[in-house]
Design a protein around this ligand. Structure first.
Ligand SMILES: Cc1cc2nc3c(=O)[nH]c(=O)nc-3n(C[C@H](O)[C@H](O)[C@H](O)COP(=O)(O)O)c2cc1C
Length: 172
């Protein structure tokens, strides 16, 4: 069974998960911007990792532009975010808002907890996060601006399990 991990993140959390998943599957992790249609031809599955910024998937535009490259392949998405895992409705809204419906039909999705180091953010991201968190407060919601790091290898296990369960299906 042949596959690839493609991803887009900003400060390393998504890349770390992509590297762990690729290593566990003995395949490659590639930044989405460097993937060509040819790289995807002949693959059985594509694992797609993206983080979330101000409610939007980092890969939203890429997925819209390149949906045709992925059509008909088994897809497994992983979405890396600061939103706590029990806020399932919010997390699903990121997925449904950023992944075209025609791709969701052939996909599984996993939500993985991310990390934040405020000092490391670009000036623009510091501003966006601070403003976003203030606006969230007015809406009675909470966006964390304090540092956290919940990135851990154990979180990739459900992705590996999904792929494992798919193997008989993909081999037919
Ligand atoms: C400017 C900014 C905006 C963010 N917006 C959201 C958001 O809307 N929802 C969310 O769940 N997490 C949000 N996050 C948290 C990131 O998704 C989290 O830090 C993630 O680990 C980033 O992964 P990356 O380093 O691979 O890009 C935001 C972080 C920053 C810095």
């Amino acid at each position: 069974m042949k596959g690839i991990v493609l991803f887009k993140g900003k400060y390393g959390a998504t890349m770390q998960y992509a590297i762990w998943v690729a290593a566990a599957l003995n395949t490659q992790a590639i930044k989405a911007e460097f993937v060509s249609e040819k790289d995807l031809s002949g693959l059985d599955y594509v694992i797609i990792g993206t983080s979330v910024y101000i409610g939007k998937l980092q890969l939203a535009n890429w997925l819209r532009q390149h949906a045709a490259w992925l059509k008909g392949k088994k897809l497994i998405f992983f979405i890396v975010a600061g939103t706590p895992l029990h806020e399932t409705e919010k997390l699903r809204s990121y997925y449904e808002g950023g992944v075209p419906a025609l791709l969701r039909d052939q996909a599984g999705v996993h939500f993985l907890p991310g990390s934040l180091r405020f000092k490391k953010l670009s000036l623009m991201d510091k501003l966006l996060l601070t403003m976003g968190s203030r606006m969230a407060k007015w809406r009675g919601e909470n966006i964390n601006t304090k540092d956290y790091n919940s990135v851990s290898r154990e979180h990739i296990q459900p992705i590996l399990n999904e792929l494992h369960n798919l193997q008989p299906e993909l081999q037919h």
